[in-house]
Design a protein around this ligand. Structure first.
Ligand code: CTP
Ligand code: CA
Length: 224
């Protein structure tokens, strides 16, 4: 899509996007992570830039080349992601948290490679900080968007996250549907807004989902 320079809908807006998985270190050769490819977040970064925004992309480890003229901050762990995002937060107008942040990390990180033994291995995990919840609690005037990955009670759980994390909108992914989501170039989501909108986006390219999401955000910001 091409936008006329005069009608760039996100011109003058600073947009912070988090994308990809996080990696939680176990020992020098092993980590704990998830199936996120980062494609959804990178698509949002690309389209936000085309819509005229100043884009800051905080990314976990992915194999995607970031769009040019986007500020990129590469991080690994949930903790590093928290530090980078909170550093940028107060200066941003819109935050979109599409990253799949690990909920748990190994309680202990081993400096030496764990050697195998004849028994089972038990690794104890502890909770990471909920970055999005923290952002909701420390919100000034930012428009805050979360993602929700659900396999069941999709709308109900998604709505709970919108409310509990003090978000302005949430993008709900039904990850029980194997044809879309994580590794795919396609997604099918429902956007719920605090203002009461419910936008169902049928299966389409992630760049088109990104466009619909950013258009909804820019419309809501214009109504303030
Ligand atoms: N999130 C976050 N920090 C975490 C965990 C999640 O910022 N430590 C954010 C994600 O980036 C996403 C939103 O919270 O935007 C929802 O993530 P999700 O995994 O669907 O929900 P959780 O709140 O972690 O709850 P659960 O995994 O138990 O469903
Ligand atoms: Ca989670």
């Amino acid at each position: 899509k091409h936008f006329e320079p005069k009608i760039l809908p996100l011109k003058g807006k600073k947009v912070l996007i988090s994308a990809g998985p996080t990696q939680e270190t176990i020992d020098p050769v092993r980590y704990f992570t998830n199936r996120s490819s980062g494609k959804m977040g990178y698509a949002i970064a690309q389209v936000a830039m085309e819509m005229g925004a100043e884009v800051h992309l905080v990314s976990g480890p992915t194999s995607i080349t970031p769009p040019t003229s986007v500020h990129v901050y590469q991080v690994k762990s949930a903790d590093e992601m928290f530090e980078q995002i909170t550093k940028l937060y107060n200066d941003m107008d819109i935050i979109i948290k599409s990253a799949a942040v690990a909920d748990y990390r190994p309680k202990e990180t081993f400096n030496n490679k764990l050697k195998k033994n004849d028994q089972n291995l038990v690794i104890e995990f502890e909770r990471t900080k909920d970055i999005l919840k923290y952002l909701g609690e420390h919100k000034l005037n930012q428009y805050l968007v979360g993602f929700a990955a659900e396999t069941d009670h999709v709308l109900e759980y998604g709505k709970n996250k919108l409310v509990n994390k003090n978000l302005d909108a949430i993008v709900i992914n039904d990850i029980s549907n194997k044809e879309i989501g994580f590794q795919s170039d396609y997604n099918e989501v429902i956007i719920l807004t605090k203002s009461g909108k419910q936008i169902k986006l049928d299966r389409q390219r992630k760049t088109d989902v990104a466009y619909q999401l950013l258009t909804s955000i820019s419309e809501e910001l214009r109504m303030d």
